[in-house]
Design a protein around this ligand. Structure first.
Ligand SMILES: Cc1cc2nc3c(=O)[nH]c(=O)nc-3n(C[C@H](O)[C@H](O)[C@H](O)COP(=O)(O)OP(=O)(O)OC[C@H]3O[C@@H](n4cnc5c(N)ncnc54)[C@H](O)[C@@H]3O)c2cc1C
Length: 309
């Protein structure tokens, strides 16, 4: 750990050694980060990435941990948790609102502000936990709406620490996919374009979107939907028809409420969850011939699990 002494004193205090990540993922699984860094400013994030680049360390980004699976063995190198990078700035211009937000800001905070000020656009994010950075990396969405539709530009930090502004037309967004989420960059912030409406109308829309979540498990440890919906079909329905509901592996179980959710009953490991994912895939393929693709993201050595079969 001699390299620790090469960290500048300004960022050294942001690091901790062998911190368990199970408390930082909504599924509640995952081993320790070799090193965990919690930046508080964009400069911290730049300095951490520059340091990783210069020292040749791998790095992993973690927002709210609500869409990831972390290996039981943990993550090598430096895991950067962005939750401390907060801030929302805005300008109301005619019928539009330009909102700039820092990547660690929770979607719920952005939606809360939208509700108070009567801005329309983010209502579909009601009930989606997680940060803006994580939501941009996977183009989070619901009911046909997704975050990419609102993006004007995204500020990213390249792995060499250089900050660049990426205009919307340089980024590919599609269903639960964003090209930025496949690049080795850290999303530092983003400009969204919303519309001015009224707090009453925004609240009505939020209620409408929340009512669509009644069939999802609540108050249990999950990572949202495990699989993407295939073209023209519902992954949850395919899983249900294949008889996956209630299937168990160790402490993990396919939710009885919604077959596309895996619940950690308290003692599940990432291995248990991976095993259920594979069994569900196989059952759906045998039953319908459809190869499901995961929506949840795999960190560390788990990348093989993203390839179906
Ligand atoms: C109960 C529940 C309901 C959900 N409902 C939905 C839903 O309706 N729609 C939906 O789309 N999702 C849903 N999700 C999944 C999840 O909440 C979203 O995908 C969320 O946007 C992920 O954000 P996060 O900050 O938690 O990302 P994380 O899980 O921390 O990370 C996700 C990915 O983004 C990367 N990442 C994180 N921050 C950055 C950054 N700053 N720069 C670059 N990469 C970064 C990570 O490396 C990882 O690959 C749900 C999850 C739960 C638990």
């Amino acid at each position: 750990m001699r390299w620790l002494s090469r960290l500048s004193p300004e960022i050294r205090h942001l690091f901790s050694f062998r911190t368990y990540l199970n408390d930082m993922t909504t599924l509640g699984t995952g081993g320790p980060a070799e090193f965990l860094a919690k930046p508080l400013t964009q400069k911290d994030l730049v300095d951490i990435l520059t340091f990783c680049h210069e020292e040749g360390f791998p790095f992993w980004l973690l927002g709210g941990g609500s869409n990831v699976l972390v290996p039981d063995e943990g993550l090598p190198g430096i895991t950067i948790q962005t939750k401390g990078l907060n801030g929302i700035f805005w300008e109301e211009k005619g019928d539009s609102v330009i909102v700039y937000s820092v990547s660690g800001t929770f979607l719920a905070s952005l939606l809360g502000l939208s509700l108070r000020r009567g801005w329309s656009g983010l209502e579909f994010t009601a009930g989606i936990p997680g940060t803006l950075g994580g939501a941009l990396a996977g183009n989070a969405g619901a009911d046909g709406f997704s975050l990419g539709d609102l993006v004007r530009n995204v500020k990213v930090i390249q792995e060499d620490g250089i900050v660049i502004d990426r205009p919307r037309h340089e980024i590919e967004f599609s269903y639960r996919f964003s090209s930025i989420g496949t690049e080795k960059v850290a999303i530092s912030g983003c400009c969204l374009v919303l519309e001015r409406s009224s707090p009453f109308e925004v609240a009505e829309e939020v209620r409408r979107f929340l009512s669509h979540r009644k069939g999802q498990p609540r108050g249990v440890k999950t990572a949202g939907c495990i699989f993407k919906n295939p073209d023209g079909a519902s992954a949850g329905k395919l899983l249900d028809e294949a008889g996956c509901k209630g299937m168990e592996s160790g402490g993990a179980v396919v939710s009885m409420k919604h077959a596309n959710f895996i619940e950690n009953r308290g003692s599940a490991s990432t291995k248990d969850i991976l095993s259920l994912i594979e069994r569900c895939r196989t059952k759906v393929f045998q039953n319908s011939g459809v190869k499901l693709v995961t929506e949840i993201r795999f960190l560390g050595d788990l990348s093989d699990a993203e390839t179906p079969f």
